[in-house]
Design a protein. Structure first.
Length: 596
């Protein structure tokens, strides 16, 4: 190949005919070498490096050319000439890539050689950093963060066949992280975060293994494998629990298991002592406090149980709604109706009293005390405070339904819907619809459905999903529990039709350009096939009897359970879209399989 004028001038410059250290000429020559076969470029690289022996860029370019043709022996020789004199991160990383490449298929021996190469690089440069106090060395280089991260990633990728190998691998990773995070690099924060995540993951895994191992040991001891007498066996079990608590001191389930085992073994005093120790170890564990109070109450120690509940309540300022509810129930069981009523009157003044306390006390008065009037008064009192809580409205409505007070049920819904904002009224509308579908006449049923549509149309985020009359409204009106007025194929068809319409229109709107849509702007997504949509149509009844959502249908809200009706014009809309497509493509789109 004929040399260009620039190359000839560059070569003559390096031969000594001009300025020997002409950097621009050297760059031109190096670029020419890149375009040549490595066998032809070797003399050029040798001339360049004879003039610039510390140029890591030229050394790296040289060895990469040799590596590209798999000339491993020549690559080793070049690395041996440059590595210790050119302490530059990219060059050393190139060296590591070479070592990993030649040792990739050598199994354990190759892994050891690769680790030695990493250690040689990091240890050598750190030692040099300490001895000559230079920050330009690889391990201590401020830009060496990627080297440490690459080494750690390599260690993580190593396979571990046995528990011992896994332990050794984790130890090596930990030591490398600890060395890396003390180096002043640009990546020290990332390395520290990675190290924290590593330790947390390892600690969590070890924690779970330890917990499982102790549980297995406790079960083993409880099985009395030695067939010794009960007294001796109980001593061994208690000893095993005490040993376990040395390591799992802050595990509430271990304390609870220990206490309940003591109680079942007939040692109530020992069980109480275990609970007392547990509450010292975990003073904020409400679970253990309830369990402790339950133990005392079950053995007739009402006052002791009351003290535990009082510790849950404290001064009342930080008491939770649940603690108020459970204490009211405890007082009702142990001291009677009047004690529970007095405490409720105090609890309702607490800043942490929620609507749950009102519901719990009202239902207790209704179901246990048979006092419907008191329960009604409690609900009315709570309504003044919690009119903005849809869940409270639903609980009150259920109570009125149990009283067969349909007039007040309707009045409650009207009061609530007039005060709730549209985005918080969906559940109340659903309950209102369900009530009318079950107990109302046809006119009231249709009227409430229409009112719901009009109200939800005002929600900006639902404008695209609140549609006109739909056959699904009929299905909702005439279904009962798991009985449907149509076949599963009909349900499948309606659900697929709605899904296809919504997704096609949404994507079409996103694809409309500024100058208006064209036939090529429409995009149609795939359609789920044969979904189980028994839980997708109709109002959710108490207990959520409809089951989990069907696969492939979770991308859009349930039109009826969310209070949003379905479009009866879906067929027309999608047909308009499909008309813009060739017939084969339209047929293909309408029969797309389910999206996994």
């Amino acid at each position: 190949m004929a040399k260009s004028t620039a190359e000839t001038n560059s070569t003559s410059t390096l031969d000594g005919n001009a300025d020997t250290f002409n950097v621009e000429a050297a760059e031109i020559l190096a670029n020419e070498a890149l375009r040549m076969p490595i066998s032809d470029a070797v003399p050029i690289y040798e001339k360049l490096l004879a003039t610039f022996p510390t140029s890591a860029k030229y050394w790296k370019q040289y060895v990469e050319g040799l590596m590209a043709v798999n000339n491993d022996e020549a690559t080793r020789q070049v690395f041996s000439r440059c590595l210790l004199n050119c302490l530059q991160v990219p060059l050393w990383r190139c060296y590591i890539r070479f070592i990993r490449k030649i040792n990739d298929m050598k199994g354990l021996e190759g892994q050891e050689e690769t680790k030695k190469a990493y250690e040689f690089m990091l240890n050598y440069v750190v030692r040099m950093f300490i001895s000559v106090s230079l920050l330009v060395l690889t391990g201590a280089d401020i830009a060496s963060g990627p080297v440490w991260m690459e080494y750690i990633a390599y260690l993580k990728s190593l396979p571990a066949q046995t528990t011992l190998e896994e332990s050794q691998r984790m130890t090596a990773i930990r030591k490398t992280y600890q060395r890396a995070i003390v180096m002043p690099t640009h990546h020290v924060e990332q390395l520290w975060r990675d190290y924290e995540n590593f330790e947390n993951s390892v600690s969590r895994a070890l924690e779970e293994m330890q917990w499982k191992s102790w549980k297995k040991l406790l079960s083993f001891e409880k099985g009395n494998p030695q067939r010794i007498d009960n007294a001796s066996s109980n001593k061994r079990i208690a000893f095993a629990y005490e040993q376990c608590l040395m390591y799992l001191y802050h595990y509430p389930d271990i304390w609870y298991d220990y206490a309940t085992w003591q109680a079942k073994s007939g040692s109530r005093d020992s069980a109480i002592k275990v609970f007392q120790r547990a509450l010292k170890a975990l003073p904020d564990s409400d679970m253990l406090k309830y369990a402790y109070a339950e133990l005392e109450e079950s053995h007739g120690a009402v006052q002791a149980a009351k003290k535990v509940f009082e510790s849950l309540i404290g001064d009342g300022v930080n008491a939770t709604a649940l603690s108020h509810i459970q204490y009211i129930r405890f007082l009702r069981r142990t001291e009677g109706i009047e004690a529970a009523r007095k405490y409720f009157l105090d609890a309702r003044k607490s800043p942490n009293c929620t609507y749950h306390v009102y519901v719990a006390y009202a239902m207790m008065a209704f179901c246990l005390d048979k006092n419907a009037k008191l329960a009604h008064n409690v609900f009315e009192a709570g309504l003044k405070r919690f009119m903005h809580e849809p869940s409270y409205i639903l609980e009150y409505a259920d109570f009125l339904c149990r009283l067969n007070d349909d007039r007040n049920v309707r009045a409650l819904f009207e009061r609530a819907l007039s005060s709730l904002p549209p985005d918080e009224s969906v559940e109340v509308w659903n309950k209102f619809i369900q009530f009318e579908q079950t107990y109302g006449d046809l006119a009231s049923m249709l009227k409430v459905e229409q009112r719901r549509k009009e109200a939800l149309c005002r929600m900006a985020e639902n404008e695209d999903s609140v549609l006109e009359n739909s056959l699904q409204d009929v299905i909702s009106r005439y279904r009962f529990m798991d009985l449907w007025p149509c076949s599963s194929k009909d349900l499948d068809h309606l659900a697929r039709q709605e899904w296809l319409t919504k997704n096609a229109i949404r994507k079409a709107e996103n694809a409309v350009p500024a100058n208006g849509p064209t036939s090529t702007d429409w995009k149609i997504s795939s359609v789920p096939k044969n979904p189980d949509i028994s839980g997708k149509i109709g109002i959710i009844q108490n207990g959520d009897q409809n089951g989990p959502p069907a696969p492939g249908l979770t991308a859009f809200p349930n039109p009826l359970t969310s209070g949003v009706p379905v479009n009866s014009g879906g067929t027309t809309a999608i047909n308009d879209i499909l008309k813009t497509l060739p017939p084969p493509l339209a047929a293909f789109v309408t029969n797309l399989p389910a999206v996994e």
